[in-house]
Design a protein around this ligand. Structure first.
Ligand code: SAM
Length: 290
């Protein structure tokens, strides 16, 4: 079947007959091998619409020639993979995770930091940053001065994603004021500057984060362990063996007693269960239940 014949493409320069099942199959194999992304046949049109602008910009006349290009050209392949990611996110998504963090983990973390200890947090698959800022606002808390004192301590957050365009938005730390609505009012007031319809995250909070481009399926350059890893709504795009390998790596990268938070429709299975204990809905602790 010629998939493209079934619809009217909207991109100038792209016409029916230039995208077929072989192209889709080749692209989904590349996306799976490179980034773990699973693209079932139902995603054929989505792949078309996400990649058509890149095919046009690359000067390739057909998806077939674009497939040959991305096989050879690492940079273009990385661009194609970015375009195939889904970056939907929002502030305070799955609020129960932030409530758990605030009630169960934050008090000990604050004590630890006050005693001169360190805290390391990773948002793996942070997209455009809403998860990062929600978590940091929760850590610093509603009292601005107390929060600034915490921010002076040894706290660092790594926020990573494979999608460079999403990381640009994350590190700009600017959003529409209405995007902040799900954040509890006192946290919003303490850590966001609202200017008409725009909102900016407090610079003291921005200083705690390093945004990095990182493919979770590739090597991880980080040596240290993390006390908290958020990897939410990322593994939904992966198959079971890929998910199981990834959570096993998260378990290794967690400090003893560290916590892993995953998305509402995700579950830890496989060898990682030897190390991770469920302590709440989609929340896991490394080691035995306390
Ligand atoms: C739906 S967003 C989730 C954002 C946020 N964690 C949340 O729950 O709202 C999924 C993110 O995972 C990223 N992602 C997908 N595959 C990845 C991979 N192999 N390595 C790193 N990030 C990946 C995507 O780029 C996307 O930004």
């Amino acid at each position: 079947m010629n998939i493209a014949a079934a619809f009217e493409p909207s991109m100038p320069g792209i016409s029916p007959g230039i995208y077929d099942n072989d192209d889709f199959t080749a692209i989904s194999e590349i996306a799976h091998r490179e980034a773990g992304l699973v693209l079932p046949p139902g995603k054929a049109m989505l792949v078309y619409s996400r990649l058509a602008p890149l095919v046009r910009d690359s000067g390739c006349a057909t998806f077939g020639s674009y497939v040959m290009r991305i096989r050879e050209d690492n940079e273009e392949r990385a661009r194609a993979i970015c375009a195939l990611t889904t970056n939907h996110t929002f502030f305070y998504r799955e609020a129960h995770h932030f409530e758990h963090f605030a009630q169960e983990l934050r008090p000990d973390f604050v004590k630890r930091l006050e005693r001169g200890g360190k805290l390391r947090i990773w948002s793996a698959g942070c997209s455009s940053g809403e998860e990062t800022w929600s978590l940091l606002m929760t850590l610093l808390g509603p009292e601005r001065n107390a929060g600034l004192a915490i921010a002076q301590r040894d706290v660092r957050m790594l926020s990573s994603d494979i999608a460079v365009h999403a990381l640009h938005k994350a590190s700009a730390a600017r959003y529409r004021a209405e995007d902040l609505k799900p954040v509890p009012e006192r946290l919003r007031e303490a850590w966001c500057r609202i200017d008409g319809t725009d909102a900016t995250i407090a610079p003291e909070m921005q200083a705690l984060v390093r945004f990095r481009s990182l493919n979770l399926q590739g090597p991880w350059p980080m040596r240290g362990e993390f006390d908290v890893i958020f990897c939410r709504n990322v593994m939904i795009y992966f198959d079971t063996p890929t998910k199981e390998r990834l959570v096993a790596r998260f378990a290794q990268q967690l400090a003893p007693g560290g916590h892993l938070y995953i998305g509402h429709s995700e579950r830890v299975t496989g060898p990682a269960l030897e190390h991770l204990t469920s302590v709440g809905p989609t929340i896991y602790r490394k080691g035995d239940r306390r």
